[in-house]
Design a protein around this ligand. Structure first.
Ligand SMILES: [Zn+2]
Length: 144
């Protein structure tokens, strides 16, 4: 048995020990294609896969997940469907222009300069109403 640079089972090799967390002398336990794949640490006796001494430190997995998108509005799709159904059934041309000093009734169509045509779904005393617009429900001022 000649001593060559080729590692052999039972030979010694320096390796990073996973348990000692340092470069220690190891005994080669298994070879694949003349490369040590399994070694036993002579310091702690632990057996582990061979890690080359010069191996770069393991890149730290940066847990910088991109911030998740804004969660979808809970009831947006249902509201949108509702709104589309209302717009299909009702005549949006008959919607009354919204004004905060005007009284509105539930189930009335309102035309808002910013949100478009909406359906009054609820009235809250003393001066608020909920209107379902295409982009969702809004609480607007009104007169009762
Ligand atoms: Zn060790």
């Amino acid at each position: 048995m000649s001593f060559s640079k080729t590692p052999s089972v039972g030979g010694h090799i320096d390796a990073n020990c996973t348990r000692c967390r340092m470069l220690t002398n190891h005994t080669i336990v298994a070879l694949v294609a003349e490369r040590p794949v399994k070694v036993q640490c002579n310091t702690c006796g632990g057996m582990h896969g061979y890690r080359a001494p010069k191996a770069a430190p393991q890149p730290r997995a940066t847990s910088s997940r991109p911030p998740s998108d804004k969660p979808k509005a809970r009831t947006q799709s249902a509201d949108q469907e509702h709104w589309q159904r209302v717009m299909a059934e009702r005549d949006a041309a008959g919607a009354r222009a919204y004004a905060m000093d005007q009284p509105f009734r539930v189930d009335e169509l309102v035309r808002h300069p910013q949100f478009g045509v909406g359906l009054v779904t609820a009235i809250f005393k003393p001066n608020k109403m909920e209107v379902l617009f295409e982009q969702g429900r809004k609480t607007l001022r009104c007169r009762l």
